[in-house]
Design a protein around this ligand. Structure first.
Ligand SMILES: [Mg+2]
Length: 412
């Protein structure tokens, strides 16, 4: 078996992935000790098409999981305690955990409110063992915040993520150099990064049910079936992933939110309500990050899994919710509504399975104060301009079915 981590005189790479267990639910139990031992579900209103953000392990025993409709969760577990999220409190605790991680990482990449990758100093003779670092981090997070964090360490990002996922709950799993393929290959293909239920089914139809079978598959065949994604999956299956851990000191490249729906959406009014809600969350994220964006995109995945994105440029960079929502709604009405109507007319079964809203072409006004960006903060009239000036750039199609597009992450 070939070692996947290059061992050079500069040592071997050690990537750590840290992920808080059932974060939102854990914070609620921490702040309300009477909830201990009870099934706890944090998310939207079960009476109003709400969706589960996080369920604790007690609730998961009843089949409740994140991204499920809260109404279904209540049917599965009627005695669960349903709570609305308190994002401000979650952000406060997340910041404390990230500050602990900064004491150990050369570079930290925050993936979401409860997850981060860290580049540890390279593994060299006499260096501090990854296992000891991981144990110390787990103990400090527990003592200083009361939360439980799971940790995986391996020679690259995707392996360290798998290691931390496999170690949950309250886990700690170190994959040593040379052990990568022995760990990876028996796992089902669905565990591989970027393999959702649809791709998993397609791989299984080709007879590839384990990651080991995928690693041994013919690369040209995979590329013929899956395009660029085929090459990427084959690399991951062979424990090859050179992506760097990137610190978030620069502004994010894009900010997006998306939602998969329990029941497909077939009417434009319901789609518009969801787009409005997603746009407001994107605006809140941009506001939290203190950045502005000048391109708005929407993403639609149809019930047959075909995916399209449409985007438009705004007159100026913004993070105002009304600007982002109006641009996203305009895209929906001009580019998606005709497709939805056409499919309804022809009695086709196409309906919307997933909607997403994103903001890109990001600028960070903190780094550009002398360029006058600050004046563009909160531009309540920009949508009026958008509607009054029809010569603004039209929506145009862009890449579809891109495996690299950001996807919703569950808070596990
Ligand atoms: Mg988590």
């Amino acid at each position: 078996m070939i070692a996947a981590s290059p061992q050079t005189s500069r040592g071997f790479r050690r990537v750590m992935r840290c992920d808080l267990d059932c974060f939102f639910a854990a914070v609620e139990i921490l702040d309300h000790p009477a909830l201990a031992g009870k099934p706890v579900v944090v998310g939207g209103d079960p009476d109003r098409r709400g969706v589960v953000s996080t369920a604790n392990y007690t609730a998961r025993q009843y089949g409740v999981h994140s991204a499920m409709s809260a109404a279904v969760a209540r049917r599965l577990c009627p005695h669960a305690v349903f709570l609305r999220p308190r994002f401000e409190r979650y952000r406060e605790l997340s910041a404390r955990v990230m500050a602990i991680l900064d004491d150990y990482f050369i570079t930290r990449e925050r993936v979401s409110i409860d997850e981060a990758y860290g580049e540890l100093p390279p593994g060299l003779p006499g260096c501090r063992r990854a296992l000891d670092i991981a144990r110390e981090i787990k103990a400090r997070v527990q003592q200083e915040t009361g939360l439980v964090i799971s940790i995986g360490v391996a020679g690259n990002k995707s392996l360290s993520k798998l290691a931390s996922d496999c170690s949950k709950p309250d886990g700690c799993l170190i994959i040593k150099p040379g052990e990568e393929l022995a760990f990876l290959h028996p796992l089902p293909v669905g565990r591989l990064l970027g393999v959702g239920p649809h791709t998993r089914e397609r791989l299984e139809r080709l007879g590839l049910t384990t990651i080991g079978q995928l690693a041994q598959a013919s690369l040209p065949d995979l590329q013929a079936h899956f395009g660029k994604q085929g090459h990427w999956l084959w690399q991951l299956a062979n424990a090859e992933d050179n992506r760097p851990v990137v610190s978030e000191h620069g502004p994010p490249k894009s900010i997006s939110r998306e939602q998969t729906y329990e029941r497909d959406i077939a009417d434009i009014e319901r789609a518009a309500a969801q787009i409005q809600r997603l746009a407001e969350r994107v605006a809140a994220d941009a506001s939290d990050e203190q950045v502005l964006g000048q391109t708005v995109h929407i993403k639609v995945k149809w019930s047959d899994f075909h995916q399209i994105t449409r985007q438009c440029a705004l007159p100026r960079a913004t993070n105002a919710p009304e600007d982002i929502a109006q641009a996203a709604l305009r895209l929906l009405h001009t580019t998606i509504a005709p497709l939805l109507n056409a499919s309804n007319d022809s009695n086709a079964s196409a309906a919307i399975r997933l909607l997403g809203v994103g903001l890109s072409n990001i600028t960070d006004p903190r780094h550009a104060q002398d360029k006058g960006y600050l004046r563009n903060l909160r531009t309540p009239h920009s949508i009026v301009q958008l509607l009054l000036f029809p010569d603004l750039p039209e929506a145009y199609p862009s890449a579809s079915d891109d495996p690299n597009l950001p996807s919703a992450s569950a808070n596990n």
